[in-house]
Design a binder for this molecule. Structure first.
Ligand code: 1PR
Length: 557
């Protein structure tokens, strides 16, 4: 039985529900720090930083936490675990600030936090990556070197002569080495998210908490390290759960054929349209995918355009329940936009809607229709930022890594490239990808409202505009391919990943493990998403990962 409660420094900036759930899953109770005076007497503090460095430091100062925290850290005899921004704030300064000027941190560790070079690599660094150990620590007692952990960040702390004694582990991303965790005495902090790193992360938390209990956290020792050794970011497998209410009023996971989720004649319905396909319950199905090794899970509320946030309470409950036992990143999409309740007249901004989902346990929100409208306005106003679009509002507060844009395009075949302009980027199709009449060119027309309405703008342009407005990732569907099991739309994946520097998640069309190998070896996407083939148990996640590894594509074990 634990003899202490963990003091959680939650300064109210974002989702720390998963950290709470992970601590509780390790068998510990939590005491919230709600007043600076509680800091000095805490037995062990966990500080999960959320949002951006500049805003985190402002909040710490405004609430009077910065001085007591510095005092707590400088004593050296008090256990502390910082997570992500909670590690970065320990450094002297960071470039991550709205004004672009370096902003001072708590100054416990020498060095400055700087941005990854997006001219050389995809930024943010999102996904599962390894660690090279510089010290053996009791906190790492249950974690092996082979296990990957989940990272999501655009800024990093480089190793310098002044801070090298602090390095607990080092990670590399596209050849760039950075500090992935630190430890000195009883202060420990990680750039990765233990609460999102499955069993690896839970085991790290367990090691830390046990070392606090045994009072031996400060017995870490240096080990010989090969400074040339590199780690590798793995390619992610994302499972999507399209969620809606069926005709009986139950919330179910469904799956469409080219976005039509009703059973058809092939499935025994002889006249008219059948019922909504029911492939299971959202939370239990997501739990199955977590156990089977999904790297991320996305819940998409596919009929949210009909309702608003008030009617979506079941989706909030899905998130709350799922985040209790699923410790990989959770994305929620559908209905993230400004909403006015027709009865009460009350209005919620897109930021408020997103905030409800983050508080319920979402790590990222995915914007569909609203992103298309935002991109249209952005292009029409000659790329002027208003700070009024949902992408801008949410990314400013929660960081770009928390904002995914989900694009639902369909192919429009054209005879030649004459029509090329900014809103209609025409893509070449090779023989394998040619249209039904042998067409060798197409543009990818964006749709809104779950594919029901086509807009006069292409996927490449929406992706690029979304990045400029502050999206951190693109979920790239293709209505033509959805549910067909014939593989991903490779020309679309190539065109969009060439147009942006943020990660792209390929979606729609996976039917077997070879399709994952194909999309990762023939395009630059960072992740690939499938739904139907996993729901119908036709292919296992681990079979896809084995096939990837057999073809030298890194996959998390
Ligand atoms: O417009 O912000 O409210 O968001 C709506 C969200 O719901 C968008 O992310 C949109 O993609 C999604 N959506 C809306 N209608 C449907 C539908 O299917 N009728 N689903 C829908 C989108 C795409 C993937 C699907 C992949 C892989 N489904 O989730 O799972 O295509 O499928 P496969 O592996 O079986 O081929 P907003």
């Amino acid at each position: 039985m634990p003899t202490f409660k963990v003091s959680l420094l939650d300064y109210g900036a974002g989702n720390v529900r998963s950290v709470r759930n992970a601590i509780m899953a390790c068998g510990y109770e939590i005491e919230d720090i709600t007043d600076p005076s509680q800091i000095a007497d805490a037995r062990a503090i966990i500080f999960p930083g959320v949002g951006s460095f500049g805003s985190a430091m402002k909040v710490l100062k405004r609430r009077g936490y910065d001085a007591p925290l510095k005092e707590y850290l400088s004593r050296g005899d008090k256990p502390f675990l910082g997570i992500c921004l909670g590690m970065q704030t320990l450094f002297e300064s960071s470039d991550e600030n709205e004004s672009g000027e370096a902003i001072p941190g708590l100054g416990v560790i020498p060095g400055k936090v700087i941005k990854f070079d997006e001219t050389k690599m995809v930024v943010p660094h999102i996904g599962w990556n390894g660690r090279i150990r510089h010290q053996e620590s009791p906190a790492l007692k249950y974690v092996s070197n082979e296990e990957d952990a989940y990272f999501v960040h655009s800024f990093y702390a480089p190793i310098t002569d002044e801070n090298k004694d602090w390095v607990l582990t080092r990670t590399t991303y596209s050849g760039q080495s950075f500090i992935s965790s630190v430890q000195k005495g009883k202060i420990i902090a990680t750039q990765f998210h233990p609460e999102k790193s499955g069993n690896t992360g839970l085991n790290l938390l367990k090691g830390f908490l046990e070392a606090v209990e045994n009072d031996n956290l400060d017995t870490a020792v240096k080990v010989d390290v090969d400074m040339n050794a590199e780690t590798q970011l793995t390619k992610r497998i994302v499972v999507a759960l399209d969620v809606r209410t069926n005709d009986n009023g139950d919330l179910v996971v469904t799956k469409g054929d080219q976005y039509d989720v009703r059973e058809n004649e092939k499935e025994g319905v002889t006249s008219g349209r059948g019922g909504v396909r029911n492939l299971g319950k959202p939370v239990s199905l997501a739990g199955r995918y977590y156990e089977e090794g999904a790297d991320e899970i996305a819940f998409l509320n596919i009929t949210s355009f009909r309702q608003g946030v008030v009617d979506d309470m079941p989706m909030l409950q899905v998130l709350e329940e799922a985040s209790k036992s699923i410790f990989v990143p959770l994305t929620v999409g559908g209905g993230i936009r400004e909403y006015t309740d027709p009865e009460s007249g009350e209005t919620w901004s897109a930021l408020e809607v997103a905030a409800r989902y983050f508080r319920a346990g979402a790590d990222k929100v995915s914007l569909g229709s609203d992103a298309v409208y935002a991109a249209e306005k952005f292009i029409a106003s000659y790329r002027e930022k208003t700070m009024e679009t949902s992408i801008e509002e949410i990314s400013l507060v929660y960081g770009v890594q928390a904002v995914v844009v989900s694009i639902d395009p369909k192919r429009v075949y054209v005879a030649n490239k004459v029509s090329v302009d900014e809103k209609h980027v025409v893509v070449d199709l090779d023989e394998d990808n040619a249209g039904p009449n042998g067409e060798r060119y197409c543009w990818y027309q964006c749709t809104v409202k779950g594919g029901r309405e086509a807009r006069d703008i292409c996927a490449v342009t929406v992706a690029r505009a979304s990045q400029d407005l502050g999206a951190g990732e693109i979920m790239l569907n293709c209505i033509d391919m959805d549910g067909q099991g014939n593989g991903f739309d490779l020309p679309l994946m190539r065109a969009v990943s060439a147009a942006v520097t943020i990660p792209v998640i390929a979606s729609s069309g996976a039917g077997n493990e070879a399709h994952f190998v194909e999309v990762f070896s023939k395009t630059n996407v960072q992740a690939a998403l499938a739904a139907g083939m996993f729901h119908r148990k036709e292919v296992e996640i681990q079979a896809c990962k084995s096939a990837m590894r057999d073809n030298s594509i890194p996959a998390r074990r």
